[in-house]
Design a protein around this ligand. Structure first.
Ligand code: PLP
Length: 485
């Protein structure tokens, strides 16, 4: 493809994308295909001779679209949102074109410097304490990671190395392996599975703190487990607190957990993957009280801030905790400058060497929406969740299973887990809307999440009518069955 054809095809692709977005409601939100559907639809091996762009685009509709779950359909209410906006898509095109690999400042200065400044912008937008910002010569700063899972893993590894060093200073007789064997990290029993997985990958024990009746991790529960573990000779080194848990969007109590971490010299990380974006609105910031105790903070603009995947933003108060933890300087990557403020080599902040120019999409989105636009977007989602909550409250066949704090409503039919599994099965097999469940203690619960950028009241009302219609069918069938016996 030469540049003349690229100009033509590029415009066609933009039209295709705009059509896709505008007409996404007409597509069935959840596909009908069976596992293995795709392989028979395309050749076994790559073509010997070049094919045309038209041929490929035809196959997009024939092969790809029937197997797509339309995450941006306004009838998609599953998982958590994933961001999508035109400014982010356009910025990503530019990033692809520049195509630099910004592992160090020299490798592409703009790639590094814009990222540092965008993390400062976002840090200010969500009111993070000053110490997390890079400024022009700060010790803190932020970095874009691919996912929250990688962010957690990075800080867990940094915390582990920090504690091993610390213990070795006091007990030179202990080997690294002795210490590692005794390290223990913690999270709430509501934490995302990626936290437990970070422990598995990092080769350290991770334990779960039992959350309270509102699914919140509290100080007393942490203290209890700490005392037991220390008495057994273990070395607590890390706590991952969650703001906005995945099952029910609960907020761990940082004001209780933070001081304990400080006393015990434990690294406190905050996973605010979903809810963190909402802190652009001042009215939600009471939920992040105690953030000042954290060593690191993470949220996913690729979830709820209109910056397309992947863009997970991680801040640390002391960048040297990351950069000194895993530093290697082979000759081909060496050059002279001091690490501080805007001058940084992001390869030391992450697991891979290579990295894309992802801050461009933050820059485009923040400028084209403005803080005001982003606030409106968050508020719209939260209000739609409240609308759904109100509808539930008016139907006494249903119960709400957890406090509704943001765009997630956890609900179920009063009755057995089997009944609720049957309801979810009916909803998802009808394929008009898409939901996923969660387990809260012993209850099987349906999660209704406001996800799409274009979702509005009419879609929420439709979803409600649809859900209650299926619930009525189900309850009728059930009473029929019962009367037969
Ligand atoms: C979604 C989510 C994650 C995982 O996010 P990735 O960026 O996909 O790794 C982690 N923690 C919480 C609380 C989440 O909601």
């Amino acid at each position: 493809m030469d540049s003349a054809e690229f100009r033509k095809r590029g415009k066609e692709m933009v039209d295709y994308i705009a059509d896709y977005m505008e007409q996404i409601e007409k597509r069935q939100v959840y596909p009908d295909v069976e596992p293995g559907y795709l392989r028979p639809m395309i050749p076994d091996s790559a073509p010997e001779v070049p094919e045309t762009f038209e041929a490929i685009m035809k196959d997009v509709e024939r092969v790809i679209m029937p197997g797509v779950t339309h995450w941006h359909s306004p009838f998609f209410f599953a998982y958590f949102p994933t961001a999508n906006s035109y400014p982010a898509i356009l910025a990503d095109m530019l990033s692809d074109a520049i195509g630099c690999i910004g592992f160090s400042w020299t490798a592409s200065p703009a790639c590094t410097e814009l990222e540092t400044v965008m993390l400062d912008w976002l840090g200010k937008m969500i009111n993070l304490p000053e110490e997390f910002l890079a400024g022009s010569n700060g010790d803190g700063g932020g970095v874009i990671q691919g996912t929250a899972s990688e962010a957690t893993l990075m800080v867990l590894l940094a915390a582990k190395r920090k504690m091993i060093q610390h213990v070795q200073l006091e007990h030179p007789e202990l080997t690294k392996a002795d210490i590692m064997d005794r390290l223990v990290g913690y999270s709430s029993d509501q934490a995302h599975s990626s936290v437990e997985r970070a422990g598995l990958i990092g080769g350290v024990k991770m334990k779960m703190i039992p959350s309270d009746e509102r699914f919140v991790a509290r100080g007393t529960a942490l203290r209890k487990i700490l005392e037991e573990d220390k008495a057994a000779g273990l070395i607590p080194f890390f706590l991952c607190a969650t703001l906005g848990t995945t099952p029910s969007c609960a907020f761990d109590n940082l004001l209780e957990l933070g001081p304990i971490c400080q006393e015990e010299n434990m690294w406190m990380h905050i996973d605010a993957a979903y809810a963190g974006s909402a802190f652009v609105c001042p009215e939600f910031r009471h939920l992040m009280k105690g953030v000042e105790f954290a060593n690191s903070f993470n949220c996913n603009p690729h979830k709820w801030l209109l910056v397309n995947f992947d863009c997970s933003t991680l801040w640390v108060k002391k960048r040297t905790d990351l950069t000194e933890a895993f530093k290697l300087n082979p000759v081909y990557l060496q050059h002279c400058h001091q690490e501080s403020g805007l001058i940084t080599d992001y390869r030391h902040w992450q697991i891979p060497l290579g990295r894309r120019f992802r801050s461009l999409k933050m820059w485009f989105v923040f400028r084209m929406y403005g803080v005001k636009g982003l606030q409106e977007y968050i508020r719209k989602h939260v209000n739609l969740a409240r609308e759904f909550e109100d509808l539930l409250n008016q139907d006494d066949r249903f119960e709400i299973s957890a406090e509704v704090a943001m765009g997630l409503v956890c609900f179920r039919l009063k009755g057995s887990n089997e009944l609720n599994k049957a309801l979810l099965e009916k909803i998802n097999s009808t394929r008009k809307i898409h939901l996923v469940p969660c387990q809260l203690r012993d209850k099987f619960v349906l999660r209704f999440v406001v996800c799409s950028k274009t979702v509005d009241s009419s879609h929420v009302q439709f979803a409600w009518q649809h859900i209650t219609g299926l619930a009525s069918e189900l309850l009728n069938d059930k009473s029929l069955n019962q009367s037969k016996h």
